[in-house]
Design a protein around this ligand. Structure first.
Ligand code: IMP
Ligand code: MG
Length: 175
């Protein structure tokens, strides 16, 4: 796709593939004999989750949540609204939240509190990307794909105004 808004490459397709395979193997080991439920956060995490789940070789299920964070286009406020809730209860289940990116951490902080209140047996996070410099709240992220610098990232599920989710790599949005 040729587009002047697609800037510097941050994570290449083969790096994504390799790391997703590693994460799948690690999760399969950690959750063997457990009751793994992947909770994908719509829409950005869908692409990562679909690839990750196919690298997990133990029984597992998937459910989705959609949340909107009030704030500007590039800064979330931490005030989160649930647009779509999980289809089923998570009580006593081993829940792994799958996120595309943790930026300030405010959205995830809300999700951890909200899902934690439903009494899962365990609750952990797997995020494809993280921008540590931007973090406003410290959160336990059990599995991380890649740390990236503070650039607005697009591709492999990440959007700018709903575009670019289909890129098979992660790039910076050109300024
Ligand atoms: P946080 O609450 O600041 O951690 O932001 C979390 C959400 O903002 C993510 O789940 C993304 O949907 C979105 N977001 C944050 N940074 C980026 C980015 O660089 N590119 C695309 N979306 C982003
Ligand atoms: Mg998101």
């Amino acid at each position: 796709m040729r587009d002047p808004k697609i800037g510097e490459m941050l994570v290449q397709p083969d790096q994504l593939k390799h790391r997703v395979r590693e994460l799948g193997a690690e999760i399969s080991r950690d959750y063997a004999e457990r009751d793994l439920l992947l909770v994908g956060v719509l829409k950005g995490a869908v692409f990562f989750l679909a690839d990750l789940m196919r690298q997990i070789d133990i029984p597992c299920e998937v459910d989705f949540m959609a949340v909107a964070s009030y704030g500007s286009a590039t800064d979330s406020s931490g005030v989160v609204r649930i647009l779509k809730d999980l289809d089923r209860p998570i009580e006593d289940r081993d829940v792994l939240i799958v996120e595309d990116i943790v930026d300030s951490g405010l959205t995830l902080q809300y999700l951890l509190r909200n899902l934690g209140a439903r009494d899962p047996r365990s609750l952990e996070v797997c995020s494809l990307l993280t921008k540590p410099e931007r973090r406003k709240v410290e959160l336990p992220i059990r599995y991380t794909g890649f740390e990236i610098p503070h650039r607005f990232a697009i591709g492999y599920g990440l959007d700018s105004g709903e575009r670019y989710r289909n890129l098979p790599y992660v790039a910076a949005l050109a300024d």
